[in-house]
Design a protein around this ligand. Sequence first.
Ligand code: PNS
Length: 166
Amino acid sequence: MKKRIAICPGSFDCITMGHLDIITRAALMFDEIIVVAMNNAEKHYTFSPEERIEMIKKSTAGIKNVTVELFDGLLADYAAKKNACAIIKGLRAMSDFEYEFQMALTNKKLNPAVETLFLTTSAQNMYLSSSMVKQIASLGGDISDFVPPVILGDILKKLSPKSQNL
Ligand code: PNS
């Protein structure tokens, strides 16, 4: 039978517990999940593409059917290239909805063979975002509940005021 492949795309600058929760739940529903770090033209990135995928790889190392890639181009083209049947996105508050809905419709137009599926965020991650994590870390706050433990050191090394003063 044909493998059911889904893509979890995002900026992942940096991956958070919210992303990891969505990836873990998606991995239970598909044969293979490809987590792909992409470029969002509206964002300036803190971490390099290599740093972003390295952190995703470390965070997802325990999930058997997850692979991690980097791609610079259209998500709809990437999904076609990978024979994916679905794009998985996490939805937090209503504020995510309009933007995500617009992207889902655009991707459907560009590649009618792929469906976008939204997973509801877990309640504890409702207000969690990469930018919030980076802001807290750069001001010396505790981010240990917000990011996978294996990448905590990588984030603090780059952002914590203590490591900036070394
Ligand atoms: O984590 P983000 O920043 O919300 O992820 C957005 C991302 C990277 C998935 C989106 O910007 C994207 O799909 N970029 C790839 C380029 C593309 O296909 N643009 C058209 C989308 S409608």
